[in-house]
Design a protein around this ligand. Structure first.
Ligand code: GLY
Ligand code: MN
Ligand code: MN
Length: 442
């Protein structure tokens, strides 16, 4: 399911077409991070680097120089080292980078300090992700200073620096058919994981036990890690938006909020479902759940080309506020509540974000200070929620401690949208039926 090397090559070409004349782009890998002692966290490549190369090794750097006769795509990477490779795994080495990853030229990373100043010399503009990696920023300063040191010999020093993010992230925002195919697979695996958690939950289980079910389903389907730390919040914990302790018992009568998605071949899924641990919603849980669902379905209706990025959020807020007024959790005038944002007691986050290689993916939300219009190929989440804090004295006690979020991943299509994560049940009837059928089997 991995992308073809030709797609990476196309991306590099597309980026180089957008770069200024006589310019150079330099992209380092992510840094390996120490966990403790001599043990590192699992390495996950920087998304920009991977987007342009498909190359997953640490300690490398890629360089793009549009129009360079000796080669436009240069890679620096770790050299082959059979003794080290016994310990830390196979390396492509410069030959592999050229052969398998289509680098026009490839060198050992140790050569970068001598070669890169030569590549920078004579260029007018340097594109990098300035500020993202301080160690790399100081390396770049060092290379540029080396060029400055040769000015009297006729060297020309670049005089313009530009963030690479803007050009690259606008490209990453629009997904190709091949990217959508991977995201659909990530969504399907994550959907199966949510179903598995729903069908194994029972009163008295622990949050981490449901997390284990998610991870099992992710991993057995080829995902190497979750796209973000899984949130499994039972009862009051569902009201903590980024709850990740996942260490509490889930008591009978509680709701469980699970926000979890796998990463597959560098693409994320991001799904939230909320369900009663005993398989049956109480009256209050059901009332709030159906309100969140109504707002989510209305928000998804707003996902279509030409509509503003903010339209789903505005719609979700409108539906939630009207529903909260009807249920008596809010009092007053709907428009006034929306204007002064007093609904934020119960709904304090936005309705979505871009989704792609990063769970909170790149790409601007405004263009010329206006919310940008949606375009085919954009992928976003739609995730309204309601959270009544356990100590919320403004509402009747029976509502307190209920936290609900419903989140789907949605791709904008030519005429509307497609919900990638449609395989996880989300109506009260569907959820209760799935849980009932599972309990009958057990
Ligand atoms: N899982 C993080 C989010 O939904 O934004
Ligand atoms: Mn999300
Ligand atoms: Mn989420």
């Amino acid at each position: 399911m991995k992308l073809a090397q030709s797609e990476y090559a196309q991306r590099r070409q597309q980026l180089m077409q957008r770069m200024a004349e006589n310019s150079i782009a330099i992209v380092p890998t992510a840094k390996a991070c120490v966990r403790n002692s001599d043990v590192e966290h699992l390495f996950r490549q920087d998304s920009d680097f991977y987007y342009l190369s498909g190359f997953a090794e640490a300690n490398a750097c890629l360089v793009l120089i549009p129009g360079r006769e000796d080669g436009e795509y240069i890679v620096f990477c770790e050299d082959k080292d059979p003794a080290m490779e016994i310990w830390t795994g196979r390396r492509a080495g410069p030959d592999g980078a050229a052969r398998d990853f289509f680098a026009d030229q490839a060198y050992p990373i140790e050569a970068i300090d001598s070669i890169l100043p030569e590549l920078i010399e004579g260029k007018s503009k340097i594109y990098t992700a300035m500020g993202a990696n301080t160690e790399f920023d100081s390396q770049l300063t060092h290379w540029v200073n080396q060029v400055k040191g040769m000015v009297r010999k006729g060297a020309q020093v670049p005089h313009e620096y530009s963030g690479l993010d803007y050009l690259l992230h606008e490209m990453r925002l629009i997904k190709s058919a091949a990217e959508i195919e991977i995201m659909q697979k990530a969504a399907d695996i994550s959907a199966a994981a949510h179903c598995r958690a729903m069908t194994t939950a029972k009163p008295g289980c622990f949050e981490y036990q449901l997390e284990a079910e998610l991870l099992h389903e992710f991993t057995r389907n080829g995902s190497r890690w979750p796209a973000y730390p899984s949130i499994v919040g039972g009862g009051d914990n569902a009201c903590i938006l980024h709850y990740t302790n996942n260490d509490q018992e889930i008591k009978d009568g509680s709701l469980v909020l699970i926000d979890a998605g796998c990463e597959l071949d560098y693409y994320a899924a991001d799904i939230t479902r909320t369900f009663p641990v005993n398989g049956t919603f109480s009256a209050e849980q059901k009332a709030l759940y159906e309100l969140v669902l109504k707002s989510q379905l209305a928000a998804i209706e707003q996902v279509k080309p030409g509509n503003s990025w903010n339209a789903p959020h505005e719609t979700a807020v409108q539906v939630l506020v009207e529903g909260l007024l009807e249920l008596g959790l809010l009092n007053g005038d709907a428009q006034q509540i929306i204007e002064d944002e007093s609904y934020r007691t119960f709904y304090m986050h936005r309705t979505g974000h871009w989704l792609g290689m990063d769970v909170h993916d790149v790409g601007g939300y405004r263009v010329n200070k206006q919310w940008r219009p949606l375009e085919p190929g954009m992928v976003l989440t739609v995730e309204p929620g309601l959270y009544v804090a356990p100590d919320c004295e403004e509402v009747d006690e029976r509502w307190r401690g209920i936290g609900i979020r419903i989140e789907d991943d949605v791709v904008v299509t030519e005429h509307g949208c497609h919900v990638l994560t449609h395989k996880v049940p989300k109506t009260v009837t569907e959820i209760e039926a799935l849980m009932k059928s599972a309990s009958e089997l057990n």
